[in-house]
Design a protein around this ligand. Structure first.
Ligand code: PMP
Ligand code: GLU
Length: 404
């Protein structure tokens, strides 16, 4: 048999070891089903359903008209990094000078830059589960070894200093976590972060990626940053971006505040990989950085109402054990009581099966907890209108009630 040209191409081990992003795979699948005419409700992607505020779009138009259309400095325009520096001070009480800030094509790229700068073959990276899908895969691309520690629903999906210390070995190079957390919506308090900082300060070579992209989507008040503790400031990289709070997922801009040596390394990586992000996006982001975060209050109130709607619906579903998220726009309920139950010849053995079942029976797309390191849960993104959420919850309830 003749071997085709396609079959001759040998993909790298690195690529083969990498999983496709489950969040992106599920949203692609629901888009395909919708295109086939199926009435799918997709609660799979963590993407605000709001439009980018007009004042940000105006800044982009102005940038284009003023011909900001050429290559920019790799870590971002000076005035953008200055505005980020002021934002870090204003919102987080953090001191990052312009040369400690690197702007990239999204928080995802920022995380990849830092991991590629620090992690090498055999290095261990501690990742508390539930974790955001891409952390583990990015570590694998860098040929590092993810060391997953579990924070169960009984601990509000958060780890403590003791658990962290027990996972540290001489090979540990990094810790990656998010607060507010995707997929659980849990938010670390100042005391909980201090507990982690007290352990980390004993290991000053361990770099921590503190992913704070959901900073503004917080229903319990003030966001707390790990880098606020002087004893760990020199080992923490604070990640943020404009995708979530400013509804700018498609514009592609994230940034870090980091020890200068790490910022320089990311600058070098980026200088070879992307040359930095879009010039127009950068100018638009200055408007977002300078805006008073209180302009986000209506959006946060809308998310809070949706959160309450979804939680009260879940609480009325026997067998579903929902956590109470206080940030981001996800709920991560435990659904393991359904494992082993069947309907119409289909048995739900695990969270993957549950997502397949809900997709085919309820026409609702969610993401399996497996992708986030917790096989007993599923992730519901409530970044959708109340009307859509009400219908989705009704469908899920009916489908679950059929399982026995
Ligand atoms: N971190 C977390 C926790 C996320 O949920 C996401 C999803 N967008 C990202 C990083 C990546 O964000 P960006 O769109 O800025 O790449
Ligand atoms: N972060 C979002 C999510 O978790 C968007 C998808 C992605 O970037 O992977 O759904």
């Amino acid at each position: 048999m003749k071997i085709t040209h396609q079959e001759m191409i040998q993909l790298s081990e690195r690529l083969l070891a990498m999983e496709e992003s489950a969040t992106i795979a599920m949203s692609r699948k629901s888009r395909e089903l919708k295109a086939e005419g199926k009435d799918i409700i997709s609660l799979s992607l963590g993407e605000p359903d709001f439009f980018t505020p007009q004042f940000i779009k105006d800044a982009a138009v102005e940038a284009m008209e003023n011909n900001f259309t050429m290559y920019t400095p790799v870590p971002g325009y000076d005035d953008l990094r200055e505005s980020i520096s002021l934002k870090f001070k204003r919102d987080n009480g953090l001191d990052y000078t312009k040369d400690q800030i690197v702007v990239s094509t999204g928080a995802k790229q920022s995380i990849a830059n830092v991991v590629l700068s620090i992690v090498g073959p055999g290095d261990e990276v501690i990742v508390p589960a539930p974790y955001w899908v891409s952390y583990v895969e990015i570590v694998k691309v860098a040929e590092g070894t993810p060391v997953v520690i579990n924070a169960g629903i009984e601990n509000d999906f958060k780890i403590n200093g003791k658990q962290l210390e027990a996972a540290i070995t001489p090979k540990t190079k990094m810790l990656i976590f998010s607060t507010p957390c995707n997929p659980t919506g849990s938010v670390y308090t100042k005391e909980e972060l201090k507990d982690l900082a007290d352990v980390l300060k004993k290991y000053p070579h361990i770099v921590v990626i503190s992913d704070e992209i959901y900073e503004h989507i917080n229903f319990i008040g003030k966001h707390e940053s790990l880098a606020q503790f002087p004893e760990v400031y020199n080992q923490v990289v604070t990640i943020n971006g404009v995708s979530k709070a400013w509804a700018m997922t498609g514009w592609r801009l994230g940034y870090i505040g980091a020890p200068k040596v790490i910022a320089d390394a990311c600058n070098k990586v980026q200088g070879q990989f992307t040359s930095g992000t879009c010039s127009i996006t950068q100018k638009a982001a200055i408007a977002a950085m300078k805006a008073d975060p209180s302009v986000l209050k209506d959006m946060i109130a809308a998310f809070n109402n949706r959160r309450k709607l979804v939680l009260s619906a879940l609480n009325e579903m026997p067998g579903v054990n929902a956590n109470v998220p206080v940030g981001a726009f996800y709920v991560f309920p435990e659904i393991s009581s359904f494992f082993g139950k069947s309907y119409n010849g289909f048995t739900v053995h695990n969270a993957d099966d549950m997502c397949l079942y809900l997709l085919s029976e309820a026409l609702v797309a969610l993401v399996t907890g497996d992708a986030f390191g917790d096989p007993n849960c599923i992730r519901i993104s409530y970044a959708a209108s109340e009307e859509t959420l009400t219908e989705a919850m009704k469908r899920i309830k009916e489908a679950l009630a059929k399982l026995n």
